[in-house]
Design a binder for this molecule. Structure first.
Ligand SMILES: Cc1cc2nc3c(=O)[nH]c(=O)nc-3n(C[C@H](O)[C@H](O)[C@H](O)COP(=O)(O)OP(=O)(O)OC[C@H]3O[C@@H](n4cnc5c(N)ncnc54)[C@H](O)[C@@H]3O)c2cc1C
Length: 178
């Protein structure tokens, strides 16, 4: 069994994969939560996922890029059904524009991700190309202690149950449900 280095880092968030999903998530994090520490773990050496991995001639999107692309980076190419290299360029441009590469850690294959309710933390184990393994953690956000989650959830449920039923639901105004 490979030795695992001790946990040396706890981030606010960990994104697994630098494909279109991970890149989109990272942009939202960077824009909306600039004070949060996060990393993107990618097992390959490049970004793009599908659009970097597959290089066969004629590879293209199935749907139009106005739909597949991001709202924060509208697709401006002439062809809306785009070929693979154009999509990869699009993703690389976004990574540069939002300075995402400094967040990316390549050659990191996530082999496990475990949640611990007591500490409210994820622990991930990553394997590098040489077989060495590293652990890192991400903590749950917010100031509430895990024990308080149940109470908060109950309060939320009460709010939902006591909210006046809307006419569309067939309930009378001001009536309490349940
Ligand atoms: C020819 C073709 C056309 C397509 N057209 C469309 C389309 O028009 N519309 C559409 O919605 N979808 C389409 N798809 C599907 C397409 O794959 C997805 O839409 C999209 O690219 C998926 O992005 P993703 O980031 O979720 O996953 P991926 O592109 O698969 O990226 C995942 C990334 O995570 C990394 N990764 C995976 N596991 C680990 C791990 N354990 N540790 C670390 N890193 C890891 C991978 O290396 C990869 O870089 C198409 C696919 C193909 C092949």
């Amino acid at each position: 069994m490979n030795a695992i280095a001790p946990i040396d880092e706890c981030l606010d968030m960990i994104i697994v994969g630098a494909g279109i999903s991970g890149i989109g998530m990272a942009v939202h994090m960077q824009r909306d939560c600039p004070d949060k520490r996060f990393a993107i773990l990618e097992r390959r050496d490049q970004i793009g996922g599908t659009w970097d991995l597959f290089r066969y001639p004629g590879i293209r999107s199935d749907s139009d890029m106005h739909t597949l692309g991001f709202s924060f980076a509208p697709w401006k190419h002439e062809k809306s059904i785009a070929d693979g290299p154009a999509i990869l360029d699009y993703l690389n441009d976004i990574a540069d524009q939002y300075d995402l590469r400094r967040r990316m850690r390549f050659g990191q294959k996530v082999i496990s991700a475990d949640w611990d309710s007591k500490t409210a933390r994820w622990t991930l184990i990553c394997e590098q190309d040489d077989g060495s393994r590293q652990q890192l953690q991400a903590r749950r956000q917010g100031k509430r202690q895990p024990a308080q989650i149940g109470q908060a959830t109950r309060e939320k449920q009460n709010q939902i149950q006591t909210h006046p039923a809307s006419p569309a639901q067939g309930g009378g105004q001001g009536q309490k449900a349940g």
